[in-house]
Write a new protein. Structure first.
Length: 215
């Protein structure tokens, strides 16, 4: 039998005392519905059911009176108070702002010649470079040095639509025997021995697949 120290005995004693002080358990959980969490009716309230001093109550009523919105009169985009009365802040022509604001706005609009009927986009004539602009007589763009360099780089790449570079391209397939020894193995002696050792350690194969012991 293991020896129990005096410290452990005192710990068990005080633990039981602490548990005894807590009268809440699975059958009497403490939460918002527990009677101990609910303030007894009338506690801290006056005869009208109001809480706080007279000054608190008056201030609360005054603050509530300032807010005229409730469930039947919610404040939102469609509330009359959120809609600016027609003409408010506008001049006789329906324009908003000072004379300087209006003039500056008109100037900016005049500078922009795009609209619903003339949208700016990739198909807009203004976005399409005129044919031949920046090109020489052969349709090449850039200086002579740019053109020569471009042609030189393109000449280095011998792949095209008829000779795509991919996993099946002959240039991507290593010639048979390249990098292999006489037995068809690749790598140094140490690589080959390590590979064989690891293969031997794995006893599973297609005929003996690994299955979970839980199945």
């Amino acid at each position: 039998m293991a020896t129990v120290s005096k410290l452990e005995l005192l710990g068990d004693q005080y633990r039981q005392t602490a548990l005894a002080s807590n009268r809440y358990d699975d059958n009497n959980e403490y939460n918002s519905n527990n009677p101990d969490a609910i303030s007894p009716k009338g506690e801290g309230q006056n005869q009208a059911g109001q809480v706080g001093t007279t000054l608190d109550i008056q201030t609360r009523l005054k603050s509530t009176a300032f807010n005229k919105y409730d469930g039947n009169n919610q404040y939102g985009l469609n509330n009359p108070d959120a809609i600016s009365p027609k003409g408010e802040g506008q001049n006789e022509y329906g324009q908003v702002g000072t004379t300087l604001d209006i003039q500056a706005r008109n100037t900016l609009n005049a500078k922009n010649r795009y609209s619903e009927h003339n949208r700016y986009g990739s198909n807009n004539p203004d976005a399409i470079s005129p044919k031949g602009e920046g090109q020489d007589k052969n349709g090449n763009v850039g200086t002579s040095l740019d053109i020569q360099t471009r042609q030189k780089v393109m000449a280095f790449n011998r792949y095209d639509e008829n000779n795509r570079y991919g996993s099946n391209n002959p240039d991507a397939i290593s010639p048979k025997g390249e990098g292999q020894n006489q037995d068809g193995q690749v790598g140094t002696t140490a690589d080959i021995l390590t590979r064989i050792d690891l293969t031997k350690s794995n006893t599973y194969s297609d005929t003996k697949p690994y299955q979970s012991p839980l199945m």
